[in-house]
Design a protein around this ligand. Structure first.
Ligand code: 5GP
Ligand code: SF4
Ligand code: MG
Length: 460
């Protein structure tokens, strides 16, 4: 999911949130929502669909306030329907709270039980609502916003980057492992106007300057007096999702002071050092494989070119083609360039293989377009384990690398050769403190304990 928050009195905060969410659309295409607050008044609009489908010129001006909280949803828990769209809004003793969550709690069964024992009710099936309920309950017991939040978070285990709007101020929070990103920006060079967002690309679009990341286990509290910081957990231990860097986040977003584009180019360079092969053309699978393909071409000296054109308007919500159209081979999303590919030995670079189904189709399309050889190169190690922290990977049994050897995968997706980036190579290119990442989908080493009930749902 994508989360966004802004506190900026005298600015049209709903419009700022709209543009911020537009930049975070890649993080979730299922639903979108914005809540705005000023004192006791809250406005909320959310619905299924893309940001551009949910909001328009008529709706945005009705969302008045000095604080806005926004969300784009990608469902990992709770089914895909309107009631589960965010922000989650609850009324408390101190007025409304609006909460937007990115990540996934792992102790929902236990948490739900605890909250039900305290007399709480739920309207939706999401872990995100549970966090909101946990905070609201503490408020209703007599605590102020900060005390309530700080008492509620220790009940929540898992991944959560949160933006929470209240009548008193805006909160930004990251779980003690900081699995999902969250950044702070400053607007108009005015230290009373702050922005919170999943990625820096959402700051760029509204002209805000990147200040710093919210730290793992940190709560930032933003009011018209400025920003203050609280460390509410004793043992924060950074475990940023490495898949954010490899694939999920936008290439123009900054992490560790560089764009992810530059990082992904380096992964491709290392991949070429490890597993180059004779070929005529290096191409990336659009869009996520392109930076690594550029890096691969640089190091291998094999020319880079585009072999596939992506229709950027085909989202997740597009109308499914009829069976007849599918059979007649209509290519909805990726169309190969015949004259580029014909007769060529092609190195096709992608960031990852998950189930192997898209890769298989793409390889077939390249061969149909005349490619003589197709060599697949992947700029990360094999994905063998499912994610429990908010990226929607399948059950372990559906992950092709969990059950098959490289040779078997090679055969199944129909390539002449296949190589993955080595684990060591990936760490070397990552440069940062290599302990500072979750990389459980490559290793099965989950940094936050997964309760048995949940483990059983996804692991073989
Ligand atoms: P597959 O091998 O599963 O058919 O598809 C791999 C492609 O899916 C890659 O191009 C990669 O960019 C993309 N991908 C990687 N991780 C994920 C993920 O967690 N969810 C989805 N929907 N796509 C992913
Ligand atoms: Fe990211 Fe994989 Fe860890 Fe999930 S398991 S948080 S996708 S590194
Ligand atoms: Mg891709």
């Amino acid at each position: 999911c994508g989360v966004f928050g802004v506190l900026a009195p005298e600015r049209e905060v709903a419009k700022l949130a709209y543009f911020g969410l537009y930049a975070l659309q890649h993080r979730g295409q299922e639903s979108a929502g914005i809540a705005t607050l000023k004192d006791d008044i809250i406005h909320l609009h959310k619905d299924m669909g893309l940001v551009s489908q949910v909001f328009n010129q008529e709706i945005l001006p009705t969302l008045k306030g000095s604080i806005a909280v926004g969300h784009t949803r990608y469902s990992t828990t709770g089914s895909s329907h309107r009631a589960n769209a965010q922000p989650a809004v609850l009324k408390t003793r101190l007025g409304h709270l609006a909460l937007a969550h990115n990540g996934n709690l792992v102790n929902t069964l236990e948490l739900r039980k605890t909250l039900e024992e305290r007399g709480c009710n739920f309207h939706t099936s999401t872990d995100s609502e549970m966090i909101a309920v946990a905070i609201a309950q503490e408020v209703d017991q007599g605590k102020d916003w900060l005390e309530a939040a700080i008492s509620a978070f220790p009940l929540c285990s898992g991944a959560y980057s949160l933006v929470i709007g209240t009548p008193k101020g805006l909160m930004g929070v990251r779980d003690p492992h900081g699995v999902r990103p969250l950044v702070i920006g400053i607007l108009d060079d005015d230290p009373r106007r702050y922005v919170l967002a999943s990625e820096t690309c959402a700051l760029d679009i509204i002209g805000a300057d990147y200040l710093r990341d919210v730290e793992p286990g940190e709560l930032v509290w933003i009011t018209e007096e400025g920003l203050s910081s609280f460390h509410w957990t004793e043992q924060p231990q950074k475990k940023l999702c490495i898949f954010e860097m490899i694939y999920f986040a936008r290439p123009d977003s900054l992490m560790h002071d560089e764009t992810l584009y530059s990082y992904r180019v380096r992964l491709g360079q290392q991949l070429a050092r490890e597993s180059c092969v004779k070929a005529d053309l290096v191409m990336g699978v659009p869009d996520s494989g392109i930076p690594a393909a550029i890096g691969f071409s640089e190091v291998s000296g094999i020319p880079y070119g585009e072999g596939l054109i992506k229709n950027r308007y085909v989202g997740r919500t597009f109308i499914q083609p009829t069976q007849h159209m599918r059979e007649s081979g209509i290519k909805m999303k990726l169309n190969p360039l015949k004259d580029v590919l014909n007769g060529k030995r092609v190195i096709m670079v992608d960031d990852s293989i998950v189930r192997g189904t898209t890769s298989r189709k793409i390889v077939k399309a390249l061969r149909d377009a005349g490619a003589k050889e197709v060599h697949m190169r992947i700029s990360s190690p094999p994905v063998t384990h499912p994610c429990f922290y908010g990226i929607d990977t399948d059950n372990q049994s559906q992950l092709i690398a969990a059950t098959k050897s490289v040779a078997d995968i090679c055969e199944q997706i129909g390539v002449d050769s296949l190589a993955y980036l080595s684990w060591g190579g990936m760490l070397e290119m990552t440069q940062e403190d290599t302990n500072g990442f979750c990389s459980a989908c490559f290793t099965g080493d989950y940094p936050i304990t997964i309760p048995d009930d949940l483990k059983g749902s996804k692991l073989m």
